[in-house]
Design a protein around this ligand. Structure first.
Ligand SMILES: [Zn+2]
Ligand SMILES: [Zn+2]
Length: 77
């Protein structure tokens, strides 16, 4: 048994909608992949769900550029 992130492994599609314009949000990838260009300290307080059981993803709207983060619960394979 292995815990994996369903989004990273393309087991699940994003169903969340943009709160601004209603377009379907797009997965921008796991947030850890975005840490590089930014201060690593800036984000830590925003990541309460970063753990062994969650994968934090950046979701963005391709229409209005809204973006948000979503903690994705791992699934057991
Ligand atoms: Zn993931
Ligand atoms: Zn939008």
């Amino acid at each position: 048994m292995e815990k994996v992130c369903p989004l990273c492994n393309v087991l699940q599609l994003i169903t969340e909608k943009c709160p601004r314009c209603g377009a379907s949000l797009v997965d921008g990838g796991a947030v850890s992949a975005y840490m590089g260009p930014y201060s690593p300290y800036m984000d830590t307080q925003d990541l309460p769900f970063q753990s062994e059981n969650y994968c934090l993803h950046l979701l963005y709207c391709p229409v209005c550029q809204y973006d948000t983060r979503s903690a994705v619960a791992f699934v057991t394979m």
